[in-house]
Design a protein around this ligand. Structure first.
Ligand code: TEU
Length: 623
């Protein structure tokens, strides 16, 4: 089975180190020389909600192992497992108390070893989630650090004295606001200082300025797991390790709040590239580990490129967030006050991060879901009727599968899982961020703000993607767990949306994803690696683009270079849309153009000139 990737890509595994920066010959890309992770399909597993094997209501590693064949069958090449390390679970494991132990409800270290082996036996790879911007307050390092000012690990976290105002009132060292609707500083009684945390107060930031601390991070987290055979990491909040060290107040941009958004103070700081390069050199590259880092608050592509340029030897890939943040009111204040946006804005973000790598040695990623966002079909598709739900979920699949870069799928996306029903109350939202934003709105006493926040949470809340996976419409709890108490409520719609119902049904979202992924791999030159050309950027209903690449053409005994083209035409609306001029755009005759795939039912394949039905998507090719 390991041949699946090798069908299209025969490069050896590893980070950017060791790969040629130029993999082109006469303008034709030599895909065989590209690293495996570029054309691989990654699949994110959120372990608490994937599959419970022991009936305690929490998903676990043995449960995941039992479904690996499902992932192979889907076309997955690499599993990304969200954090399973020991943790008090204040932020669902993104608050690690021991990097070398597994949270018992998930299993054991041996289970991770078995999982690694079982993935490898099936030709898949496994990456873990590396959370090293911060630890839990329960981590031994932090317990030591907070115990006294002269503890050897004091400087492993960021401690600062209080400020005092003219009335002698104690103030935090800066006015910064973090995520989760809280300030970034918490007062610690024991040593009478504040510690920094960009996220919850249970998640103190590690001090990457400290050499010993960095070395401990490399040794205890990365090398420990790479020695056990995992293939790399998704790296949490990777551009926040270097803070600006003057610790100055941020400008007051939102006078209604005591603390102010300050990402420029702690994102992309002065030593960030040095730290990431060192991390790669000392801990990742020696193992040929693959890395994908989470990059938020970026001004634009020119700031992203230095992180992913192969020559820089920092990260293989990053998640850039401008598209996924659409609809939010920004990260720090009114995040959940929903902001409608035009399709042309989405298109422009996508185009920007499709094309920025052209002519460079960088790489990009493709994703529209993860565990921090509402479901894509609710946000970008249409769930108003069962028909539109299915066809828009398929069109979103078509969109993702035809874009350039490494594709990341999130569990449940492949069956079109949807947000929790709107009539579920705030008690069903378990996430610290949802609870904090909602709590703030309640405390404000402002009824409109509360209603708006709830509306925003219903679309964007992180909880939607964390609902139990829907395996089986006829089983208790959708087949996720036999427990009477799943950790999160199972979606009411599971009898309609589940793997069992969709498996083998050629019209289903699941089977469409499988087909789309097969085509993506079969034509990796144009879909994974091709150049992206935006068409109709301003159209608010149709979404049309061209993918193309150079191919060698043998003619009269000589070889020249021709263009392989794929035209993606999608209707992102409920109304019928006029068809585009396919032959003109593909620049070929009728005999050469062909419909490669359509989201429409098999008996009604879209002909060249036929209008696009609501939410229909098609790909035409000239090969
Ligand atoms: O998220 C980092 C982050 O800053 C955001 O992208 C995230 O979407 C959040 O909603 C902020 O408002 C990562 C993890 O993916 C997330 O689950 C964790 O909560 C966070 O780091 C802290 O570790």
């Amino acid at each position: 089975m390991s041949q699946r990737i090798a069908d299209t890509v025969t490069g050896s595994s590893g980070t950017c180190n060791g790969y040629p920066h130029t993999t082109q010959q006469n303008g034709v890309r030599l895909i065989g020389k590209e690293p495996w992770w570029k054309s691989a399909v990654f699949y994110q597993v959120y372990p608490a909600s994937f599959k419970d094997s022991n009936g305690d209501g929490w998903g676990d590693i043995p449960g995941l192992i039992s479904e690996l064949d499902y992932l192979v069958n889907l076309g997955v090449d690499c599993v990304w497992l969200s954090p399973v390390f020991d943790s008090p679970q204040k932020d669902m494991g993104y608050d690690v108390s021991d990097y070398q132990a597994i949270y018992p409800p998930y299993g054991t270290v041996e289970d991770v070893e078995t999982l690694t082996r079982q993935c490898h036996e099936r030709g898949m790879k496994l990456i873990l989630d590396l959370v090293v911007n911060h630890t839990s307050v329960e981590h031994a390092w932090f317990k030591e650090s907070r115990s006294s000012k002269d503890n050897p690990k004091r400087d492993w976290y960021i401690w600062k004295p209080a400020r005092y105002d003219s009335q002698g009132q104690r103030l935090a060292p800066t006015n910064w606001r973090g995520y989760f609707a809280c300030p970034t500083w918490t007062w610690d009684e024991t040593t009478q200082e504040y510690y920094l945390h960009l996220y919850a107060s249970d998640q103190p930031d590690l001090n990457w300025e400290n050499d010993e601390c960095r070395e401990a991070i490399y040794q205890d987290t990365m090398r420990f797991w790479l020695d056990k055979g995992v293939d790399g990491f998704r790296i949490d909040t990777v551009n926040k390790y270097s803070k600006r060290t003057e610790y100055a107040d941020a400008p007051v941009t939102d006078p209604r709040w005591e603390s102010q958004p300050a990402p420029e103070m702690w994102c992309n700081g002065p030593r960030i590239h040095e730290f990431i390069h060192e991390m790669n050199r000392k801990a990742l590259a020696p193992y040929g580990a693959v890395s994908v880092g989470e990059l938020s608050n970026m001004a634009g592509p020119s700031d992203v490129l230095p992180y992913v340029s192969a020559a820089a030897q920092e990260l293989d890939m990053v998640f850039e967030f401008s598209m996924i943040r659409l609809g939010t009111g920004g990260g720090f204040g009114p995040k959940y006050i929903y902001q409608p946006y035009a399709l042309s804005r989405l298109k422009s973000h996508v185009a920007q991060f499709q094309t920025f790598i052209e002519g460079t040695d960088g790489w990009t990623t493709v994703f529209c879901e993860n565990h921090d966002n509402g479901r894509a079909v609710n946000r970008f598709g249409n769930v108003s009727t069962p028909e539109l739900w299915a066809t828009s979920a398929k069109t979103l699949a078509l969109w993702q599968a035809t874009l350039t870069g490494t594709l990341f799928l999130y569990q449940g996306q492949e069956i079109g899982m949807v947000n929790m029903p709107r009539d579920w109350g705030i008690d069903e939202y378990k996430d610290v961020e949802s609870q904090n934003f909602h709590g703030d709105a309640v405390r404000s006493g402002d009824k409109q703000r509360l209603a708006d926040t709830m509306h925003g949470l219903q679309i964007l809340g992180r909880d939607h993607a964390r609902l139990p996976f829907q395996w089986d419409g006829q089983a208790k709890n959708a087949g996720f767990t036999t427990s009477d108490h799943p950790w999160m409520r199972v979606h009411d719609e599971f009898p309609k949306i589940n793997v069992r119902k969709q498996s083998g049904d050629p019209e289903s979202v699941l089977e469409f994803w499988k087909k789309a992924l097969r085509l993506r791999k079969q034509h990796a030159d144009v879909f994974v690696f091709g150049a992206f050309r935006h068409l109709e950027e301003q159209d608010e209903k149709r979404y049309v683009y061209m993918k193309e690449c150079n191919v060698p053409v043998a003619e009269h005994g000589a070889t020249s270079t021709g263009k392989k083209r794929a035209l993606v035409v999608m209707n992102w609306s409920e109304q019928v849309q006029k068809q585009v001029d396919v032959l003109h755009l593909l620049d070929c005759g009728e005999e050469q153009a062909r419909l490669l795939v359509t989201t429409a039912a098999a008996e009604r394949p879209g002909r060249l000139g036929e209008d696009l039905q609501a939410w229909e998507g098609r790909v035409y090719v000239n090969f």
